[in-house]
Write a protein that binds this ligand. Structure first.
Ligand SMILES: CC(C)=CCC/C(C)=C/CC/C(C)=C/CC/C(C)=C/COP(=O)(O)OP(=O)(O)O
Length: 222
C-alpha cells in the first residue's frame, strides 16, 4: 500500500532518489549508534532522518511560479525545516531517549557546560543543564528562522500547512522553557488551544506570496 502511494508520487513528481537512500542509511546508522561526539555528527543524523524529508517534499509541494528565489535556496530552507524539527524532537525527548540508553546530544557541547552522560541518565535539572538547553534551543530556533525564508516561495496551496507545522513545532521549544528545561520527566507539548490559534496565524502568513517579499536569492541566469 505504502509502495503504491510512493510509486504514484514518484510517477507524478520529479523526486530525486538520493534523499530516500540517505534516509535508509540514517535508519541503519541509528540501529548501531547511540552517542554523538559533535554537532556535525548529530547534524548528519538529523539530515538523514528528517532533512531528507524536507528535500523530498519540495518537488511535491512545488515552488510558486512567481518565485524569484533560486531552487537551491528553497531546498536549503526545506532542509533547514527538517533539521529544526528533528532537533526539536531530540530536545523534547531527552528523558525518553535516555531511558532507552540513547543520547542524541553532542558530547563535546555537554562537556563545555560541565555535563557528561551520567548527568543525562541521572535526569536532574541543574543550572548547568538549563544553560546547556538554552544554547541548544537557540540553535534549533536558528534553523526554524532559516526555514521561514523558504516557506513563502512555495506554491500557494502548500504554504498554509507548512507554516502551520513550522509554527506548531517551534512552540514545542517554548514549552520546554515553560517546563523550566525539565525534559527528563516532562513531555513538552503544545496545548489544543494554542494549536487551534496557530491555524489562522499560519493562514495569514500563507497569504503572503513570493513577489511581495524580498528576493531570497537572485536566480543565477537573471
Ligand atoms: C520550508 C520549505 C521550503 C519546505 C517545507 C519542507 C518540509 C515539509 C519540511 C519538513 C520535513 C519533516 C516533516 C521532517 C520530519 C522531522 C521529524 C520531526 C521527524 C521525526 O519524526 P518521528 O521519528 O516520527 O518522531 P518521533 O521520534 O516522535 O517518533
Amino acid at each position: 500500500m505504502l509502495d503504491a502511494a510512493l510509486a504514484d508520487t514518484v510517477r507524478k513528481f520529479p523526486v530525486d532518489i538520493q534523499p530516500f537512500r540517505d534516509m535508509i542509511e540514517g535508519m541503519r546508522t541509528d540501529l548501531v549508534k547511540s552517542r554523538y561526539e559533535t554537532f556535525d555528527e548529530l547534524y548528519l543524523y538529523c539530515y538523514y532522518v528528517a532533512g531528507t524529508v524536507g528535500l523530498m517534499s519540495v518537488p511535491v509541494m512545488g515552488i510558486a511560479p512567481q518565485s524569484k528565489a533560486t531552487t537551491e535556496s528553497v531546498y536549503n530552507a526545506a532542509l533547514a525545516l527538517g533539521i529544526a524539527n528533528q532537533l526539536t524532537n531530540i530536545l523534547r525527548d531527552v528523558g525518553e531517549d535516555a531511558r532507552r540508553g540513547r543520547i542524541y546530544l553532542p558530547r563535546d557541547e555537554l562537556a563545555q557546560f560541565g555535563l557528561c552522560e551520567d548527568d543525562i541518565f541521572a535526569g536532574i535539572v541543574t543550572d548547568k543543564w538549563r544553560a546547556f538547553m538554552k544554547d541548544q534551543i537557540k540553535r534549533a530556533r536558528m534553523f526554524f528562522d532559516e526555514a521561514e525564508k523558504g516557506v513563502v516561495e512555495l506554491d500557494k496551496d502548500s504554504r498554509w500547512p507548512v507554516w502551520a507545522s513550522l509554527i506548531l513545532y517551534r512552540q514545542i521549544l517554548d514549552s520546554i522553557e515553560v517546563n523550566d528545561y525539565d525534559n527528563f520527566t516532562k513531555r513538552a507539548y503544545v496545548g489544543k488551544f494554542k494549536k487551534l490559534l496557530s491555524l489562522p496565524v499560519a493562514y495569514g502568513r500563507a497569504l503572503v506570496h513570493p513577489s511581495q517579499t524580498p528576493v531570497l536569492a537572485k536566480k543565477a541566469h537573471s
